[in-house]
Design a protein around this ligand. Structure first.
Ligand code: ZN
Length: 391
């Protein structure tokens, strides 16, 4: 299966923080078809590459110079949960995560339940949080009267419904651009699934994928996973790799390749591992990748740092981050209003190339500065006589 098939399967699914069930079931089906071991931890995060906790711990406790590669991506995307029905039959909602901040009233949304219920709606009112940077709450009117009646009858508890911004389709392609309700971070999840399916076939070296829940409200799934302590007392290096889509920036532009992510808004990542990864990216994607701190958002690598790990990151530059119209384009409701997210397919393929490069055995992760030190020593030798000459 090519990554574009996997993107299609995953990106079309509804998702919101704490409501990742549809994405989980789609991914589990793909993994089962491809005979890839997987399971869910106690917090509901999906672990790829081990069938249970025992197998997971065994990978961590295998004595090796080869690091255990742990790829992390999140399955949620900013969205809302139903809260209550108004007397007029509208759905009051609470928003979770980032969002557009303008042109909200009249914007289209999709609604879903944990089961098969789907409907479309329109925002009738929206209130922002105090900082003005995201939606806090609001109301939605379900468009079709039959669905409206069904929704109230089937889901008297409004909290069973959730949703997010809707556009002409859940995803569509225009040239090399993929437009969607949610690229962040289903693209990262699709990359992990693609790698896992390919390596199951080839019986390649094992790696772990941690597909997390509720990243958009502060890496809740990742924190819950690190708290389990399964990665502690490792007998080999652990290389955490955060895979993200991140708001496009100067030097991290859409279509110019994946980004070797040096840090996020909160932290810089591991300099030694980044040194090795930088050289690797230069070799594998010369002139076709970018490199910078992506500091308009924070990511799960920052959670990993707080738990004592040494992460690196890869980002796909993202248009209209969190469905907020920064770059505009089709279906945008105007500046800072709702708009579909978009990514360039070459950037996504490049991310996958970099992930595969990270699996190459024999790279010197335990001493990533060795090559640099050799170069430094050579420079020193060149100038030693001048250094010894009179001041
Ligand atoms: Zn994200």
């Amino acid at each position: 299966m090519d990554i574009s098939d996997i993107l299609k399967a995953i990106l079309s699914r509804p998702t919101a923080p704490f409501r990742e069930g549809h994405v989980i079931s789609t991914i589990c089906n793909l993994l089962e078809t491809g005979n890839v071991a997987h399971f869910q931890d106690a917090a509901g995060n999906l672990i790829v590459g081990a069938a249970n906790e025992r197998e997971y711990r065994k990978l961590v406790r295998t004595r090796s110079k080869e690091p255990l590669r742990v790829f992390i991506a999140h399955m949620d995307h900013p969205g809302f949960h139903g809260k209550a029905w108004t007397k007029g039959g509208e759905l009051e909602f609470t928003w979770h995560g980032g969002s557009p901040t303008q042109h909200l009233e009249g914007a289209s949304v999709w609604l879903a339940s944990r089961g098969a219920f789907r409907a479309s709606g329109t925002i009738t009112r929206a209130t922002l949080i105090t900082s003005g940077k995201a939606i806090q709450s609001g109301t939605v009117r379900i468009d079709d009267p039959v669905s409206r009646a069904d929704a109230q009858r089937l889901f008297p508890k409004a909290a069973e419904l959730f949703g997010g911004f809707a556009f002409r389709e859940p995803l569509w392609q225009d040239g090399d651009l993929l437009y969607t309700k949610a690229a962040d971070d289903l693209v990262g999840c699709a990359a992990i699934v693609t790698m896992a399916l390919a390596s199951a076939k080839k019986k390649a070296a094992p790696f772990l994928g941690i597909l997390t829940r509720a990243e958009e409200v502060g890496f809740i799934g990742a924190i819950a996973h690190f708290e389990l302590g399964w990665l502690e007392r490792a007998t080999r290096p652990v290389l955490c790799v955060s895979l993200e889509t991140s708001r496009a920036l100067p030097g991290a532009e859409i279509g110019k390749g994946p980004v070797v992510r040096l840090g996020d808004r909160a932290n810089v990542f591991d300099p030694g591992y980044l040194r090795l990864f930088t050289d690797l990216a230069e070799k594998k994607l010369p002139g076709r990748h970018q490199r910078r701190i992506m500091d308009l958002g924070s990511c799960e690598a920052s959670a990993a740092i707080a738990y004592g790990f040494r992460p690196i990151g890869i980002s796909v530059p993202l248009g209209n981050y969190h469905n907020q119209s920064f770059e505009g384009g089709p279906d945008s409701r105007g500046e800072l209003g709702p708009a579909p997210e978009f990514v360039h397919l070459n950037d996504v393929r490049g991310l996958l190339d970099l992930c595969r490069a990270l699996l190459i055995p024999g790279l010197d992760w335990t001493d990533p500065w060795k090559t640099k030190q050799r170069q430094f020593k050579k420079s020193l030798k060149t100038y030693r006589s001048l250094l010894r000459s009179k001041l």
